[in-house]
Design a protein around this ligand. Structure first.
Ligand SMILES: [Zn+2]
Length: 201
């Protein structure tokens, strides 16, 4: 779908579509939409730029996530829970039916960092394949927002329990497991200070 989605530059919420032919007859100054989330009045052109930029970064995350999750083996629910975290109870995870729903859900989780990336701020969203000591596979996601928006970290872990069924665990605060795996992947010690790698196209 190539429909251009406009988003609020402040909070990245999708702005309501401008209906019919109305904008053509509006004076330029009135081409604004109210953000349904934060109430900000957004010039339509700014909303479209934000929409394009956010889509680009969300697309980067979603294609990486899709590639990693398609590789995941199907596990029993018990083994999948153990892959996410030893001793994890089933009511601490969310069942997500379908890869597309999973991608959407993860983009929502990482929204602040994606919003920062869309503004050109230094934020990262990274995806890494993980295995636990029993060699059961999961996928980790780590989003870190920019200094301007509080440098918050969000971690998510995904395991597969059916051909098109996933479970996701979003520990708060982060366990640090994804961060450690990302450092190991790059051959750096786990306590290395900086994780500010850019995510090139
Ligand atoms: Zn907003």
């Amino acid at each position: 779908m190539s429909l251009r989605i406009a988003r609020c530059p402040g909070c990245a919420a999708v702005l309501p579509a401008v209906g019919g032919m109305l904008p053509r007859f509006w004076p330029w100054g009135k081409k604004r939409q109210k953000c349904p989330n934060c109430g900000r009045q957004v010039p339509l052109s700014d909303g479209r730029i934000m929409g394009d930029s956010f889509s680009y970064w969300a697309g980067q995350l979603q294609s990486q996530l899709g590639a990693s999750c398609r590789e995941l083996p199907v596990l029993t629910k018990a083994r999948a829970l153990a892959a996410l975290q030893p001793g994890l109870a089933a009511d601490h995870v969310r069942l997500v039916p379908g890869l597309e729903s999973l991608k959407h859900y993860v983009a929502q989780l990482c929204r602040q960092a994606l919003c920062d990336q869309a503004h050109g701020r230094e934020a990262t969203v990274q995806v890494v394949s993980l295995t636990n000591p029993e060699h059961e596979a999961s996928v980790g996601i780590l989003a870190r927002s920019s200094v301007e928006s509080g440098e918050k970290e969000r971690e998510a872990l995904v395991a597969r329990i059916g051909q098109n069924r996933f479970i996701i665990y979003t520990p708060s605060p982060p366990t640090g497991r994804v961060s450690v795996a990302l450092h190991a992947q790059r051959g750096l010690p786990a306590d290395h200070g900086s994780t500010s790698i850019a995510t090139p196209a």
